[in-house]
Design a binder for this molecule. Structure first.
Ligand SMILES: [Zn+2]
Length: 484
C-alpha cells in the first residue's frame, strides 16, 4: 500500500493586519520532501505518524510531500497559497498510484479569493486520486468545517484537546483508520451537525474537560470510529464559521447523524459557560500584587496564535505605572528592536522604542533606557513534542522588569521560552505571557496562581461586534436563539 502525506496549514485571522505570504511559511516551518525533522509540528504530525506506521508495517510505503506552516496571521496572499498548493498537488501526481492520501491541515486558512482553502485543496486531491482512494486529514479544532471538505475527504479528525497536546495521538488514529479503510476492513462515513454557536472552548477546564472525556469513552465503546468537536474560529469571516460536531461511523450515516446531533446540542447547552474567569487589567494586577509565589498573567487577546501581532503593550504599560518588580515578559514581537539590540551588543545600555507598532488598538510603543542583557540567535521554545522557532531574541532589562523581544511571531506555549534566554521563570514574581490557553499545561506546574487578563484588544473577541460579512447562517451569540 502506498500512502502520500504532506501538510499545508495556517490559521487566518481575516481581521488582522499581519498579512501572510510565502515568507511567513518559510520563516515558521517549511520542509520539502524527505527533509521533515523527526520531531512533529502541530499540523505536520500525520507525516511523522506515517513514518512510524511504515517502520512497523513493511507492507506500507510512504511517499513524503512538502510540509508548510505559517504562524497564524492575516489574509494569505493568493499567489503564495496557489504556489504551496500546486507544489503538493504536483508531488501527489508524480507519486501516483497511491491508495491513501493523508494531509496535515489546520482548517482555518483563508487566502485572497479562497474562503475555503482546505476544501479547495482536498477537492483537487480527490480529482487526482479518484473516488476509491482514501483521503484523510487532521484538523485543528479552531477551524471551519465546510461541505466541500466533507464531500472530498473520507476521514477528518480534529485535535480533541485545547491546548492541542494530543496532535500525535490524533495523527496516529488517522493513519490506522485510513489503512483499515484502504484495506476494506471499515467503510468510514462522516456525519456533521451544525451547532450554530461560536465560543472559546478550553478543555483544561469544565465543562469541556468532562465533555471530551465523555467523547473519548464513546469512542472506546465503539459507538463511532472517531468523534471531533470543531470549535470554530471567530476571527475568520467565512460562511461556515462556527462550532460543528463531526462523527465518523463504520458505514452508518443514520446513527452518526443522531450522535452528532445529540452531542452537538449538548455542546450548545454549554455556550457562554466554558471560559475561566477573565479580569480587566486593573483587577488582574490588583490580584497579582496581593498573591505570593510566581503569578502567571496571560494576556489572552494579544495572542499571536490567534493571528494578531503579539506586540501589544496595554498590560505592560500598567505594570510599569505600578512600578512592579521581578517581572518577566515573554514575549513582545519587535524584529526592529531586536536588530537594534543585536547591533548594540550584550551589556549595552541603549534608548529603545519597542512594542505597540502593528495596530492602533494594542497600546502605544514603550520608550526606555534599557540594558541589553542577553542575545540569542534562532531561539526556540517547546510545545509538547514539537519545537517552536522564536527567531533571533533579545532580553532587555529596565526598572526591575525584563522583556524578551522576539523576531518570529509566536505565542507563549511553555516556560522553556524564558529558559531559552537564560532565565529561570520560578525566580520571578510575575510572568506576563501572551496566550489564550495553550500555555496552561506548561505553566500550571510552576505557577502559584494563573490569572487570565482580558485587555479588550487587539483580537476580535466579541462576535456580536465583529461585523461578519460572509457568515451564512444565524449563530449564537450574534443571535440569541439560532435554532428558532
Ligand atoms: Zn487551535
Amino acid at each position: 500500500m502506498r500512502i502520500f502525506t504532506a501538510s499545508l496549514a495556517t490559521e487566518t485571522n481575516t481581521f488582522s493586519p499581519m498579512y501572510t505570504d510565502l515568507v511567513s511559511f518559510y520563516q515558521s516551518f517549511y520542509a520539502p520532501p524527505g527533509q521533515h525533522p523527526a520531531t512533529p509540528t502541530l499540523c505536520s504530525a500525520p507525516l511523522v505518524a506515517c513514518r512510524e506506521y511504515a517502520e512497523l508495517n513493511k507492507t506500507v510505503e510512504v511517499i513524503e510531500g512538502s510540509c508548510a506552516w505559517a504562524e497564524p496571521g492575516g489574509l494569505l496572499n493568493r499567489l503564495s497559497y496557489e504556489h504551496l498548493r500546486d507544489e503538493i498537488l504536483q508531488q501527489l501526481s508524480a507519486a501516483m498510484p497511491v491508495q491513501v492520501v493523508l494531509i496535515g491541515l489546520h482548517g482555518a486558512m483563508v487566502a485572497q479569493g479562497y474562503d475555503d482553502c482546505e476544501g479547495d485543496l482536498l477537492s483537487r486531491i480527490r480529482a487526482i486520486v479518484g473516488p476509491t482512494a482514501i483521503v484523510g486529514a487532521t484538523l485543528d479544532p479552531h477551524s471551519h468545517l465546510t461541505d466541500l471538505r466533507l464531500a472530498s475527504a473520507n476521514l477528518l479528525i480534529a485535535f480533541k484537546e485545547f491546548p492541542h497536546l494530543d496532535f500525535m495521538a490524533r495523527s496516529r488514529e488517522l493513519v490506522q483508520l485510513a489503512v483499515a479503510a484502504a484495506r476494506g476492513d471499515i467503510r468510514p462515513v462522516m456525519s456533521c451537525f451544525d451547532c450554530r454557536m461560536i465560543d472559546v472552548l478550553p478543555t483544561s477546564h469544565e465543562p469541556m474537560k468532562s465533555f471530551i472525556e465523555k467523547i473519548c469513552l464513546l469512542e472506546q465503546q465503539q459507538r463511532a470510529l472517531s468523534i471531533s468537536v470543531i470549535h470554530g474560529f471567530m476571527a475568520g469571516d467565512v460562511p461556515d464559521m462556527g462550532s460543528k460536531l463531526l462523527v465518523i461511523t463504520n458505514n452508518d450515516a443514520e446513527k452518526g447523524a443522531a450522535l452528532a446531533q445529540q452531542l452537538g446540542l449538548e455542546l450548545f447547552s454549554y455556550r457562554g459557560q466554558t471560559l475561566p474567569q477573565f479580569y480587566d487589567i486593573s483587577a488582574a494586577l490588583d490580584q497579582a500584587q496581593s498573591l505570593s509565589g510566581t503569578v502567571v498573567l496571560a494576556d489572552v487577546w494579544d495572542n499571536p496564535g490567534g493571528g494578531v501581532a503579539g506586540d501589544g503593550t496595554l498590560v505592560l504599560h500598567q505594570v510599569i505605572k505600578r512600578q512592579l518588580q521581578q517581572v518577566a515578559v515573554g514575549t513582545i514581537w519587535d524584529p526592529m528592536a531586536v536588530k537594534l539590540c543585536f547591533a548594540a551588543g550584550e551589556g549595552a545600555e541603549i534608548e529603545l522604542r519597542f512594542g505597540g507598532k502593528s495596530c492602533a488598538t494594542a497600546g502605544e510603543p514603550i520608550d526606555k533606557l534599557v540594558t541589553v542583557v542577553r542575545l540569542q540567535a534562532e531561539a526556540q521554545q517547546q510545545f509538547a513534542d514539537s519545537l517552536v522557532p522564536m527567531g533571533d531574541c533579545a532580553l532587555i532589562r529596565f526598572n526591575g522588569i525584563e522583556v524578551i523581544l522576539n523576531s518570529n511571531r509566536c505565542q507563549s506555549f511553555d516556560p522553556s521560552l524564558f529558559r531559552a534566554l537564560g532565565m529561570e521563570p520560578k525566580e520571578y514574581k510575575l510572568l506576563l505571557i501572551k496566550s489564550t490557553n495553550h500555555f496552561y499545561q506548561g505553566f500550571a506546574p510552576l505557577a502559584s496562581h494563573i490569572i487570565y487578563v482580558d485587555a479588550g484588544a487587539p483580537y476580535p473577541s466579541d462576535p456580536k461586534r465583529n461585523g461578519y460579512k460572509k457568515l451564512s447562517r444565524p449563530i449564537w451569540p450574534i443571535v440569541a436563539e439560532p435554532f428558532a
